[in-house]
Every structure is written in structure tokens, then in C-alpha cells.
Design a protein around this ligand. Structure first.
Ligand code: FES
Length: 226
């Protein structure tokens, strides 16, 4: 499928942020993927031309990283964390339930094209295990019932609210944000809560004030720059 003019314009906007064109390769691949639902041959050629690399060099990168897809994604990629903490607290059970509920396995898409299921690694969100993601937005403290509900809402076209971010957007919208296109939603949702800050509070109670203040400052700047 041909890359749209809108996406080409966004690629040029992102490209000029980088002192060396080739440094923009990965964000541009996300834009190509947002347009086609996967990284197509046309997407590779357009990106190669913009960053001054060969199609073969861009293909080498696109086929190395698992976030770049070789086949079209469903509208929402539903990820279930299957690493140790989430798995022990119910992630394995959630995964099995969703496979059964959706009738597809890992990296497979439902017949209606709405859901692609994937097994994901630790999202550094273990404070709220078991964790799922929907187009990379967090869904914390999941249960089998809540997971089925998320899938049913997506398939019925109902909005799904992430736990600490905006409502879940389309695969294309999420890909554009990953590439660095501002969607104006940075302030949506609660980013930190008591459980996430428990370690910080213990450090403060132990009198480790300098390190805890620095950690808090870094946490705040990460949220701002998100
Ligand atoms: S093990 Fe699932 S978020 Fe860390």
C-alpha cells in the first residue's frame, strides 16, 4: 500500500529533528507502520529514501526489532505480561482466558480485525501486576473478568480507558505518538500513585533524603517529558 501524503509530511517533520538523517530511521519506521498497519515494502522504500540508506539496510533494522510488524496488526494490540511477577499473580491465567475468548494465539488477529493478542515482557509496571497493555497504554491490576471486558469493549467499538493514560487509541494513532508526533494528550491520566511511590517513601523515612529527592525530581521530569 502506498504511504499517504499526510504520513510523508509527518516523516519530514520528524526527520529534521535529527542532526543525522539515519538517526530518524526508527521513528520513521513507526510512521510507515502506522500508515499500513505493518512495515510494507513501500514503507521501507520511502523511509530509505528519506534517511539516505538502502532498502536492504532499512529492512535489516525493520526485521530485527519485534515492534516492527511483518503482517498487518489488528486495530488494538492487546498485550499480556507473561514475565514472572505478572504470571504468578494471574497473568498466565489471563493469557489462557483471552486465547480462549478471542480464538487466536500470540501475534494472531481476530477475524474481525479488531484485536491482535501478544505475550509481552515485563513493562516495568510490576507494582500493578498482573499488567496488560492495549496499544501500549497500561491496564493495571487485571483479572480474567476485566481482561475479557476490555476485549469485548474493543470488539464492540466502545472506548477503553487506560489505567494511567488516555483512552486507548488506534494502532495507527499510537504508532504516530511513538514516532514523536504530539497528540496533545500528555497530561491525560494519573501517572503516579501510592504504590509506585512506596520505595521513595521508605527512602525518605530512612533519612536518605538526597537520593529520594533526586529520584522524585527525575520521576517528575520523566512524566513532564513523556
Ligand atoms: S513482570 Fe509484568 S510488569 Fe513486570
Amino acid at each position: 500500500m502506498a504511504i499517504s501524503e499526510t504520513t510523508r509530511a509527518q516523516m519530514r517533520e520528524v526527520l529534521v529533528r535529527y542532526p543525522r538523517k539515519r538517526s530518524a530511521l526508527m521513528p520513521l519506521l513507526h510512521l510507515a507502520q502506522a500508515d499500513d498497519g505493518y512495515v510494507s515494502a513501500d514503507g521501507i522504500s520511502v523511509v530509505a529514501d528519506l534517511v539516505g540508506l538502502t532498502d536492504a539496510e532499512v529492512t535489516a533494522v525493520a526485521t530485527f526489532y519485534t515492534m516492527y510488524l511483518k503482517q498487518e496488526s489488528g486495530h488494538v494490540r492487546v498485550g499480556v505480561c507473561i514475565n514472572s511477577l505478572c504470571a504468578l499473580l494471574g497473568g498466565d491465567e489471563i493469557w489462557d482466558a483471552l486465547v480462549d475468548h478471542c480464538g487466536v494465539g500470540t501475534n494472531q488477529t481476530t477475524d474481525d480485525g479488531t484485536i491482535t493478542l501478544e505475550r509481552i515482557e515485563c513493562q516495568a509496571a510490576c507494582t500493578h501486576a498482573p499488567v496488560m497493555t492495549a496499544n501500549w497504554e497500561f491496564l493495571d491490576d487485571m483479572t480474567v473478568a476485566k481482561a475479557r471486558h476490555v476485549v469485548d469493549d474493543v470488539r464492540s467499538g466502545r472506548s477503553v480507558q487506560s489505567t494511567r493514560g488516555p483512552a486507548v487509541r488506534t494502532f495507527a494513532d499510537a504508532g504516530r505518538v511513538i514516532a514523536g508526533v504530539d497528540d496533545g494528550l500528555v497530561a491525560e491520566g494519573d501517572h503516579r500513585d501510592d504504590r509506585m511511590l512506596a520505595g521513595l517513601r521508605i527512602a525518605q523515612q530512612n533519612g536518605d533524603a538526597d537520593r529520594s529527592a533526586e529520584a522524585e525530581r527525575q520521576g517528575a521530569s520523566k512524566v513532564k517529558g513523556r
